[in-house]
Write a protein that binds this ligand. Structure first.
Ligand SMILES: C[S@@+](CC[C@H](N)C(=O)[O-])C[C@H]1O[C@@H](n2cnc3c(N)ncnc32)[C@H](O)[C@@H]1O
Length: 239
């Protein structure tokens, strides 16, 4: 996989995700060719905005629409379901795995959902250009676990991601993290507290053991269940 170039800084940004896994089917290729363009967010892709000027996220939706972001939506099960349940919300999904982008597109097109924009790349490209206080809710579902200790700094719950994320979240905006890796949950609680911009909204065990209501099980949640791992559901609020 070729890492994306950080055109602004002129150097490649470390990137550990996959862009293309298994090869695309012709129908997926067609979806990407025909349906992705009008769901892109102008100014997020570095090539379209090499100076990294602020992007107008709210301009993608009607005036006053709240914006919810899903980072690493995988195949888009949760995003497509939420978009159907909440037509009053504008959704942004970031996912560099192009097969996942094609899966999300097929769900959105099948349901005729127009309230979703996609960045088919690294969420840090969105962070670079997102205006402050622009997002009302963020989902991070089963992020890459990076189990080896020397790789823990690559986890999303590290200052490199949390600082720009906090900037783009409005006061009181919610951050939801689901993981089946206890050490990931531990790091999330420690790093979010250390960051200083987030409050963990948990008072009792059920607050992190019980599944959130009204969300679609993602591919990785199903895998965790099949393999007998317990999931942890963390809710944080932006101060
Ligand atoms: C373990 S998978 C989980 C997918 C999905 N959320 C689920 O629950 O089935 C993690 C996903 O995060 C994506 N990802 C990793 N790094 C990312 C980044 N910097 N920006 C956006 N997505 C990223 C990966 O491509 C992958 O699809």
């Amino acid at each position: 996989m070729t890492p994306p170039q950080n055109q602004a800084g002129g150097h490649a940004r470390n990137f550990y995700g996959r862009r293309i896994g298994k090869s695309l089917r012709p129908s997926q290729r067609r979806l990407l060719e025909d349906c992705l363009e009008h769901r892109l967010i102008p100014g997020v892709e570095p090539k379209s905005n090499p100076q990294r000027l602020p992007a107008d996220l709210s301009g993608c939706f009607s005036l006053g629409t709240p914006i919810w972001l899903e980072v690493g939506f995988g195949s888009g099960e949760n995003l497509a379901r939420l978009a159907g349940m909440h037509p009053e919300v504008g959704f942004i999904g970031c996912e560099p795995y192009i097969n996942g982008v094609a899966s999300l597109l097929s769900k959105l097109e099948a349901k005729g959902l127009s309230n979703v924009r996609i960045h088919p790349g690294d969420v840090r490209e969105l962070f670079d250009v997102a205006p402050e206080d622009s997002v009302d809710r963020v989902f991070l579902l089963y992020p890459d676990p990076w189990p080896k200790r020397r790789h823990h700094r690559r986890r999303f719950v590290s200052p490199e991601y949390l600082e720009p994320l906090a900037r783009m979240m409005r006061p009181d905006a919610e951050l939801r993290i689901a993981t089946d890796v206890p050490d990931y949950a531990r790091q999330a609680v420690v790093e979010l507290r250390r960051n200083g911009n987030f409050r963990w909204c948990a008072a009792r065990r059920a607050d992190w053991m019980d599944r959130w209501e009204g969300w679609e099980s993602t591919r990785y949640e199903k895998k965790a269940e099949r393999e007998g791992r317990t999931s942890i559901y963390l809710n944080f609020a932006r101060h």
